[in-house]
Design a protein around this ligand. Structure first.
Ligand SMILES: [Zn+2]
Ligand SMILES: [Zn+2]
Length: 266
């Protein structure tokens, strides 16, 4: 669908309001940072050949904004850029992919960090998506990137996922992020039928972070120092090199049971 890119005589409101676009087909609010719109349009237009009609029209309209002083010139330029951003199909591109995210999405450029975050209280969250400008050069690659990121965004906006910000040790947070990414990929492949929740991911991240039993190799919440015969029995299992200062209660119970005369337990 083409829209006329004509600079209206009367300039509309503030620059940020101009960037607020709602596509007609999908009822998802996606808002773009004016700086992102400018960067993406400038770059995409500059990659077109010099005789290209869109490029020529864009340059001509931008040129006309110079007749306005200061702030009004900026608003006019933002408006031109917003029109071309729409014409290049970016709002539709995002809205179609963000349809599963049940919260308004704000898209920003960033030179460093990328990905989704959530602001706003739980009942009315807003998802911020940071993207490097270079992402916009290849729509196919951006599409793949968004497929993954927007599952994170859906999780963040979903009350059933139950995300909430909490202070975590850096290594736990790192593990949490890796587990969350893995669950996103699993769901994209059509697997992972169990519902994923923030609490379950966090519990797994914390379990992976806890020390492991030298006998069974599993994490544990309760430990005992084995002695005597029980220690000897565990030593046989763990091998001569293992440090058996403490073992998990499951292994300790097993070693105790294994040492009882046959038939002694019920
Ligand atoms: Zn991820
Ligand atoms: Zn164990």
């Amino acid at each position: 669908m083409r829209r006329e890119a004509r600079l209206p005589g009367k300039l509309l409101g503030k620059a940020l309001a101009l960037a607020r676009m709602r596509t007609r087909e999908v009822a998802v609010a996606v808002e773009f940072q004016p700086r992102l719109i400018e960067t993406v349009v400038e770059e995409e237009v500059s990659f077109r050949p010099p005789g290209d009609a869109v490029r020529a029209e864009y340059r001509k309209l931008l040129e006309r904004t110079y007749r306005y002083p200061g702030e009004r010139r900026l608003s006019a330029a933002r408006l031109v850029q917003a029109r071309f951003f729409e014409r290049l199909g970016w709002p539709e591109f995002f809205a179609a992919r963000a349809a599963s995210v049940r919260a308004p999405l704000r898209v920003w450029t960033s030179e460093r960090d990328e990905g989704c975050s959530r602001t706003g209280p739980a009942p009315r969250p807003v998802i911020d998506l940071l993207l490097r400008p270079a992402r916009f050069r290849d729509r196919e690659a951006l599409n793949r990137f968004l497929r993954h990121e927007l599952v994170h965004a859906s999780d963040l906006a979903d009350p059933a996922f139950g995300w909430h910000d909490e202070s975590l040790e850096p290594r736990i947070r790192e593990r949490y992020d890796r587990l969350w990414c893995a669950s996103v990929e699993e769901r994209l492949r059509g697997g992972g039928l169990e519902p994923v929740t923030h609490a379950a991911l966090l519990q797994r991240a914390q379990a992976l972070g806890s020390p492991r039993c030298p006998v069974c190799g599993l994490p544990s919440a309760s430990w005992t120092s084995p002695r005597g015969e029980v220690l000897a029995r565990l030593r046989e299992l763990a091998g001569p090199g293992a440090s058996l200062d403490r073992v998990c209660d499951r292994c300790l119970e097993w070693a105790e049971v294994a040492g009882e005369p046959v038939g002694a337990r019920g």
